[in-house]
Ligand binder design. Sequence first.
Ligand code: ADP
Ligand code: MG
Ligand code: MG
Length: 318
Amino acid sequence: MSDSTRVYSYSAVLMGSPILLKLFAHNEPLASRVFRLIKHYEDLLTVNRAQSQVMDINHAAGQHPVVVSAPVYTLIKCAKAASLLPQSTFNFAIGPLVKRWRIGFKGDSVPPADEITQLLTLTNPEQVVLNDDDMSVFLAQPGMEIDLGAIAKGFIADRVRDYLRQEGVEQGLINLGGNVQTLGTPEGGWSIGLKKPFSTSGAMIGTLEIENKSVVTSGVYERFFEQNGHLYHHILDPRTGYPLDNELDSVTIISADSIDGDIWTTLMYGMGVEKGCMALRSRPDIEAIFVTKNKEVVLSSSHLYRFTLLDSDYRLTG
Ligand code: ADP
Ligand code: MG
Ligand code: MG
């Protein structure tokens, strides 16, 4: 391999995930600055610690508005818009239910039905009141909690891409664990593996070749528990309060911005293969790969990338 095509990889653990940065020039100081930038946003947005700007909003629920910084306000505004799309299954006000289910954390179990019904009354995204004048956020009812877990990584991946571009980097890749964002066109394009659901050995169903695109995968296998033979995963249906139930093991979105990938994986979970493909017809800039429980790989279309199937257990359709 000639020196110009040599890839330098830098890794860290942030946001509870292994983070990988790939560059085509050795640049440790730049990698450190990228990881600091990720940590900066994690510190603002996390709901897994007692304090962050988002936790300040949650602690003040039913009491008073909280002024936040510009990037946090912009992200919250975007999350609210996605939550208010017609028939959206994306809901950033779903915090009370996420906390109660504790899926993927110690002590997770199915909550009593009456508790779920009660918590659903605290998840109306309309009751997250935004004020553009002072960039404040107010949760109208005590007990409400916003959770940006389904969108934060996409937002941060885009900020890393912008930062690399601003630093004059022409080719680079950031992987935040499920959210990949890329910059430029290395020789042969970027090759991204599509994870085989529930594989413990890191096996791939296939690969995607992309240029200047984001690839976001959300899978039921990421975080779940089993009770009485039923699998309960971490993407909840805001209409019922239970995990979204459909034919999917995973959804991957290919788009320019990773934030769109993050939002649309959740929307696709709500729609399933057929409705999802239909909805994407009006969005030529966004494409989906569905992996179903009966081992089908369905491409909504594939103008933005090239897919190669590697696993003969799976059938390619669409
Ligand atoms: P992953 O954790 O695999 O990246 P997502 O990007 O879909 O998956 O984010 C899942 C997280 O989003 C959950 O852990 C929870 O914090 C939050 N969440 C769960 N259900 C919803 C929903 N319907 N809308 C918005 N956020 C959700
Ligand atoms: Mg995600
Ligand atoms: Mg998401």
